[in-house]
Structures are given as structure tokens and as C-alpha cells.
Design a protein. Sequence first.
Length: 366
Amino acid sequence: MSVALNLHQTPHTPHPIPHSLSPALKSRLATPLNIGTVEVHSRVLQSPLSGVTDLVFRRLVRRYAPQSMMYTEMVSAAELHHMRKLPKVMEVDPGERPISIQLFDRRPDFLAEAAKKAADQGADTVDINMGCPVNKITKNGGGSSLLRDPDTAARIIETVSAAVSIPVTAKTRIGWSEDDINAVDFARRLEVAGAQMLTLHGRTRSQGYNGTADWSWIAKVKQALAIPVIANGDIFSVDAAIDCLEQTQADGVMCSRGTLGYPFLVGEIDHFLKTGERRLPPTVIERLRCAQEHLRMLADYKGKSGIRQARKHMAWYAKGFDGAAELRDQLCRIESVEEGCGLLDEAITVISPELYRHSLLKPAIV
Ligand SMILES: Cc1cc2nc3c(=O)[nH]c(=O)nc-3n(C[C@H](O)[C@H](O)[C@H](O)COP(=O)(O)O)c2cc1C
């Protein structure tokens, strides 16, 4: 199975009138999120995104959401076992908190060894990937294939929890396929095994990133567990976060594709949950300036490979104005920081003055 990366929004309900949280939920969410012994002062989390949530991206997200839990890209416990040096995907900024390092594999002993390294790196929690749908991962028994092997999944949580003193959490999906949804039983097994928090993406493995996330399964899992349950899937806006939290009664939401080219989203939702006020979204110009900064930071951090990696980010930022498609096309081929920043500068000078005003542009419409 190849997994298509669907970047289009799939809104659950249209929002002609922006709405707010019910008072009961509002007061519950005003308290810290307790992940075992770790106290987090935000109910909005930035998900792990392979190829995206490196140290540079997290710095940008954290600027607007300083108290949110963030995740590294998933790290292969097997590769780590054979490496002398820690891979770049495990790097965290000195003092970067709260931070979780996410690991994948199917072997409890490899994962325990990797978790110790994650703890040494300063991770506040270690998260086990039990949701990745990609063939390369599932054919070796990792990621979402663990949904079909709950015994091993539980053993992983037990073994890793025994190996480290930081909390162990898991991120998974609602089931393997539409005919094989086992979210509630699976989640209970992980909780009994010692998981301190569960993030649930409301899609099956077969869905990949298509269709709509089914939040009703998240509500069922939330009812069944005592540990915090974080809702994930289709959180593209403050309104989607409100809907999801009301429907699921989850302990928080995790943003994913909505943050691509839009590192403001976690902060916007966090700000709303804390204050009841909506932060003005950035103007198109501000987004393009952020793209320039992102490009410079990636080049500083990763050199040439950072520039190659920045191409997709630049394309995600460039939308919502005349000529955006052409600009994206050019940004996808940049070879240097100067070239990328020059293209963005040119776009900024010709953008309609209309767009200097705060736009209502939503993230993740590519
Ligand atoms: C480019 C990309 C990379 C991803 N990498 C990871 C990963 O490393 N670990 C993980 O648990 N999930 C990963 N995911 C899944 C997301 O964290 C999230 O569960 C999923 O996108 C659903 O949320 P959304 O509908 O808001 O995008 C990835 C998703 C995308 C699109």
C-alpha cells in the first residue's frame, strides 16, 4: 500500500458562526495536562511529522506556543542500535521543553535501549509509534501493524516503561481497516501495560490520510481510559479543535498537516483555549517572511540538504494570492537561500495591498 499525503482540508462541519467551548470543558482544559509525572501547561500538541518536525520547525512552532508538547520525527530504534552517533532527528535544543522523542520498531528490547538514549537526550517523555501506515515500517512489524499484534504492543510498553524513568506514551490509529477497528481494546491493553498517555488518530491504517477522521472512536476510547487521551486527525483550525474537543471530551488535541506551512496553528488554538480570544491569523506577507526565515534556519542547520528539504516547506507557505501556483513551482527547485529569499521578496512586492490586511486564510489548503 502506498500512502498518499492528502493535504486538503476535510472539514467536519462548516462554521458560519465561530463557536466556543462549553463552560464545563473550558474549566477542565484550563488545568495542566498531566502525563504521568510530567506537567504540561498546554492542551494543544504539535505532532511528530517525519521530514518536518526537526529542531528548526519546532523552534518556529514554539515561538507561538511556548508551553506545548512537541515531538521529534520518528526515530528508528533498530538504526539507533547500530549507530555510534545519535542521528540528527534526535537532536533537541538545549533546554527545549516539553519535548517527546518518538521511536518506532517492534522489538521491545531495541525500543527500551533507544528509550534510554532518548531520556539521556533530555526527552520529557518517550512516545512509541503504533500508527504509521507506511509499508516500509509495517512490513517489519512496526507502526500501525502493532494494532494487529496487541500482545507485542503491550510488551513494548511494559519493557520500555521498566527501562526508563520518564513517562512512556503511544500514538496509534483506530484500527487496521474499516472491518478491523479495535481502538478501545487496544487502548485498554496499552493503559494496563503502563502507557501514561495515548494519542489517537481517528483514521484506520487502510485510510492512510484520506477521508475524514472518525472522532467518535476517540470519544469511546476517552470514556474507556483513565490516562489522558489526545485527539488527532483533521485539526486544521480553532473551530475544528473546539468541535473535536466537544465531541470527544478528549484531554487535548494534536495538530499535524494543519501546521505544514503554518507553524502558527498550535499557538492559535492554545491561545484560544487559554483566553477565549482568537488570535489574528498572520497576513500572507507575514507567512512569506516566515518562509524566508524557515529557509535560512534550515540552511544554517543542515546545509545543502536543508535547502533541498526547504523546497516542500516553501511550497506549503506559498498560497492564497495571485501567482501562488507559479511561485510554488519555482520554490520547488531552489538551489540556494538567496534564490529562495529572492523569489519570496519578489512575491511580497507584488502582492495586492488587500493581503497586507489580516487574512482569513486557513492553513493546509495547498
Ligand atoms: C508528512 C507526514 C509525516 C508524518 N510523520 C509521522 C511520524 O513521524 N510519527 C507519527 O506518529 N505520525 C506521523 N504522521 C501522522 C501525523 O502525526 C497525524 O497522525 C496525521 O497526519 C493525522 O492528523 P491530520 O489529519 O491532522 O494531519 C505523519 C503525517 C504526515 C502527513
